[in-house]
Design a protein. Structure first.
Length: 117
């Protein structure tokens, strides 16, 4: 079997996560995090749509990790993001981390807004 190493280009892969933290491109981030194409930043949760809206034009899809379980997100968060032309995919945080890495390796224009597990 031939194994091919995955390349993330200039993107920031999610290396791991656990209770209250994420390891993104080797750096540990505590609490909720927004992983943009070139930076991983603290994220204010669903009250912080402005941080995501700043990525309009740079991303096509936002993966939203809602914690250990999938949950609905507030319309006040989702509506302005979709109006800016960004697709919103809601899933639990582990699935959002996996989806982020797969799409990043494919060269897609994505970001992830993640609540800790």
């Amino acid at each position: 079997m031939k194994l091919t190493e995955v390349s993330f280009g200039r993107g920031l892969p999610i290396d791991g996560y656990g209770p209250g933290f994420f390891r993104v491109a080797g750096t540990v981030h505590r609490g909720a995090v927004l992983i943009a194409p070139e930076a991983a930043l603290p994220w204010g949760g669903f009250a912080d749509a402005a941080a995501v809206l700043a990525l309009a034009g740079a991303i096509d899809v936002l993966f939203v990790g809602t914690g250990a379980e999938i949950a609905a997100i507030p319309a006040a968060f989702r509506a302005p993001i979709e109006a800016a032309g960004i697709g919103v995919e809601i899933m639990n945080t582990p699935a959002a981390c996996r989806s982020h890495n797969v799409c990043l390796a494919e060269g897609r224009r994505i970001a992830a807004a993640l609540l800790p597990v």
